[in-house]
Design a protein around this ligand. Structure first.
Ligand code: SPV
Ligand code: MN
Length: 640
């Protein structure tokens, strides 16, 4: 059989490419490529073995094919446009294929596996005619590690093949060394028919189907990297299922190293829905970034250890400016390999919203020629750049990258944080009373409003469990159960924190924090991990004390922190918190029939604590009403 697949392929590719495939002792890989080629019918097949020449060829072809343009002044910079209907992940057309007789939770988009395969194969038939199918081999996680997952992508997009080069570790050698029994993920992607600007034309036929039972992802008529690069949220869906079978966690986490007293560094992982401050937390000045988007977490000898699945960033460029994100701004405006997508182009420069300077009055964007004052069919002003405009770069381009990226053992997680977009309820930072409390009260209760990173109505209030809900290839209750049990099996589960950068004054509607305040919250968490800061026991979690924060504001930001600000920010808002618990409970009762009983007991206990506190202190309770415990004395504080 192996010989038959190879013979079929021989006719479709150069001798050189054929030999590269023969070096892989994997009939499954050959079969996948044969079937992809027979279905999509490309003019040729290019097997990339990751040599520098081939990687350079891919980058060059992305430009020659005009999927990217290098018409930018800065060396190494290119830009790419996705179509107007292809500017984010597309929930409506992204579906799990489920076997007959089984079903995932109601909140998860799914369809019958057989029907889905017939539909998507129909759309992929002959889709690569006139194009080359590029085959890339990659690994998720560091090489030669318990975390490593092999994967391959067949795509007709040079932009996608180029993006994966910046975002993932090369894997051709790993495939060469792999035994036949090695499990791997596969993606088949076609951008479909393109218009004269090399943009996917048939957006109404965009489909992204995840055949998680076969470790395969299909994607067609789309270019937006979140839909087309198989190893972002698409392979995350496959990894969640694998993690469930094997007893570990695949998470939508950034990871960062936070410096503490005495030169120590503590690693944190954090889940935030899109545009809730994930990258800007991971990029805090003076700290190190280890991961931006996806992390695998394992119990290794009772210790919670984690790796970055990726090795690059596909980041939101909106609001990156010298004041708020100085570091990334500097990288984006310096020479180096970067792909900008869906920004405004003018005078050979990329421009984006919130970049901290006046934008040009006209230029080229994803809609074509743009002029200030333009309106769309609905009469709305057309923005110069898309709010979900992005940059793609390798982590090695960042001066603040963490040195442990390639460590096969990963790093020990000191703490985990969850952060949503909650204007009314939760305070800026708090610590869970236990693993279970933190996982439920901050992770499972994570609320946000939909933003521009997803193609649908914006500003809808929603629960987004662990910021991963769309990707969970299991019944959601099973996923939560796995999470709760994972912590229980660790020798010492990392403390769990909830953060909220979006709290507003209930009367004025103004944000109560500056964007940079998050640095103080992170430093406080670092101290808490090592029992070097006190905490106040409030009904929703352990809160920082004023004196610790005042010192940290001064040390970290050089700012005075007034008692008045502290009280405003950390006041427990009982009605808003009770309403939040009600939304969370309703969501799980309605959508997650297999939710673990622990979830409801944690919610109930929190409700009772809130009601009890209200009886004593009223609806809005200053943090100073609660007792502070374990607070370091002034001498210890001075040494922080
Ligand atoms: C996100 O939206 O969470 C992203 C970008 O990280 S995407 O690749 O589209 O998932
Ligand atoms: Mn993400």
């Amino acid at each position: 059989m192996l010989q038959t697949y190879l013979e079929t392929l021989q006719a479709r590719m150069s001798r050189d490419d054929y030999h590269k495939l023969c070096a892989l002792d994997s009939p499954g890989v050959h079969q996948f490529i044969v079937e992809a080629a027979e279905l999509c019918n490309p003019d040729g097949i290019f097997i990339c073995d990751d040599s520098p020449d081939e990687v350079a060829r891919i980058r060059n072809m992305a430009i020659v094919s005009r999927e990217e343009s290098a018409a930018l002044a800065m060396a190494g910079h290119t830009f790419h446009f996705d179509g107007p209907y292809d500017q984010g992940r597309d929930r409506a057309v992204t579906k799990f294929l489920v076997a007959k007789g089984s079903t995932l939770s109601r909140a998860i988009n799914q369809m019958d596996q057989d029907e889905g395969l017939v539909e998507i194969r129909g759309l992929l038939r002959n889709a690569m005619k006139g194009h080359t199918m590029i085959v890339r081999f990659l690994i998720l996680g560091p090489a030669n590690s318990a975390f490593t997952i092999h994967c391959l992508e067949c795509t007709d997009s040079w932009y996608v093949a180029h993006s994966v080069d910046l975002l993932y570790r090369h894997g051709y050698d790993a495939f060469r060394q792999a035994g036949r029994e090695t499990e791997y993920f596969k993606t088949l992607h076609s951008a479909g028919r393109l218009n004269e600007d090399m943009v996917s034309l048939e957006h109404e036929k965009k489909r992204i189907y995840i055949d998680y039972l076969a470790n395969t992802v299909y994607s067609v008529n789309t270019q937006y990297a979140g839909n087309s690069v198989g190893f972002k949220k698409l392979a995350l869906r496959l990894a969640i299922h694998k993690a469930h079978r094997e007893g570990w966690l695949a998470e939508h986490f950034m990871m960062m190293g936070v410096h503490g007293p005495g030169g120590r560094k503590t690693y944190f992982a954090g889940a935030f829905p899109s545009a809730c401050g994930k990258t800007s937390t991971a990029m805090l000045p003076g700290e190190t970034i280890l991961a931006d988007d996806i992390t695998y977490v394992r119990n290794m000898g009772g210790i919670c250890r984690a790796v970055n699945v990726e090795s690059g960033i596909f980041g939101i460029v909106n609001d990156v400016n010298p004041g708020d994100d100085a570091l990334i701004y500097r990288v984006l405006t310096s020479p180096g390999e970067i792909i900008f997508s869906n920004v405004l182009i003018k005078d050979a420069k990329p421009w984006w919203l919130g970049m901290g300077c006046e934008l040009p009055k006209e230029g080229i964007n994803y809609g074509g020629h743009w002029r200030e004052g333009m309106t769309d069919a609905a009469g709305e002003q057309v923005l110069p750049a898309h709010q979900n405009a992005r940059y793609t770069l390798a982590l090695k381009a960042l001066p603040n990258r963490d040195p442990e990226l390639q460590n096969p053992l990963g790093v020990e997680l000191g703490g985990i944080m969850y952060g949503g977009r909650d204007y009314r309820g939760y305070g800026p930072v708090q610590q869970g009373f236990s693993w279970e409390h933190g996982i439920v009260a901050y992770g499972a209760a994570l609320e946000t409003e939909t933003t521009f990173a997803v193609v649908e109505e914006e500003r809808k209030h929603e629960i987004n469990m662990m910021s991963i809900q769309d990707f969970v290839s299991l019944p959601l209750g099973q996923y939560l159960k796995n999470y709760l049990e994972f912590g229980g099996r660790l020798k010492k589960a990392p403390p769990v924190f909830g953060v909220n950068y979006f709290l507003k004054d209930l009367e004025t509607g103004e944000f109560l924090n500056d964007r940079r305040d998050k640095h103080v919250w992170v430093k406080w968490m670092e101290l808490r991990v090592h029992d070097q800061a006190g905490a106040i026991e409030s009904p929703t979690g352990r809160l920082p004390g004023y004196d610790d924060l005042r010192l940290l504001f001064s040390q970290v930001l050089g700012k005075d922190y007034t008692k008045e600000d502290y009280v405003k920010q950390f006041t427990i808002r009982v009605p808003e918190n009770l309403a939040k618990l009600c939304r969370v409970e309703t969501f799980y009762r309605e959508n997650v029939p297999d939710a673990p009983p622990k979830l409801f007991s944690v919610i109930n206990e929190q409700r009772e604590r809130l009601i009890g506190a209200r009886e004593h202190f009223g609806d809005y309770i200053s943090p100073e009403s609660f007792a502070e415990q374990g607070s370091p004395d002034d001498q210890a504080r001075a040494n922080i």
